[in-house]
Ligand binder design. Structure first.
Ligand code: RB5
Length: 152
């Protein structure tokens, strides 16, 4: 696998899975930007998700992973950022489609929903998959057009 840069962040409910996914990413030689949280004290997920989504939106990192309890809160906030396509996944097929069809640049996982083995498999699949472009790009262009309209 190529050298990949990937930012990762979680709240307390996703911290254990974040640590496990970080270890996995390092084992495949990815460059990991760990944006917290780093202990189990209860925190507000936007405090960790927003900085990561902003980094992806600005193009400072090409991709990121967010983990909270269900993945829902992190998904909601990440998709408010221009250029962010965050996909909440809990199966391998969806993780692959998230890249092939949606060119998702943030993968979101519910740390209280899926096991670590499945989470690693979904992450690996998403990283290795390739965006198919073509008709899927046409569809993404329509979303970009919507973003541009809303950000005027
Ligand atoms: C924290 O208890 C929990 O609400 C959070 O991790 C996440 O699931 C929110 O969507």
């Amino acid at each position: 696998m190529d050298k990949k840069t990937i930012a990762i962040a979680s709240d307390h409910a996703g911290r254990e899975m974040k640590e496990d996914l970080k270890e996995f990413l390092e084992s495949i030689d990815a460059e990991v930007v760990d944006m917290g949280v780093n202990d189990d004290k209860s925190v507000d997920y936007p405090d960790y998700g927003i900085p990561l989504a902003e980094k992806v939106s600005k193009g400072e990192v090409p991709r990121g992973v967010l983990v909270c309890g269900t993945g829902i809160g992190m998904s909601i906030l990440a998709n408010k950022f221009k250029g962010v396509r965050a996909a909440l996944v809990s199966d391998v097929f969806t993780a692959r489609m998230a890249k092939e069809h949606n060119n998702a640049n943030i993968l979101v996982i519910g740390g209280r929903i899926v096991g670590k083995g499945l989470a690693r498999e979904m992450l690996k699949t998403w990283i290795e998959a390739k965006f198919e472009g073509g008709r899927h790009q046409t569809r993404l262009d329509k979303i970009t057009e919507l973003e541009n309209r809303n950000h005027k």
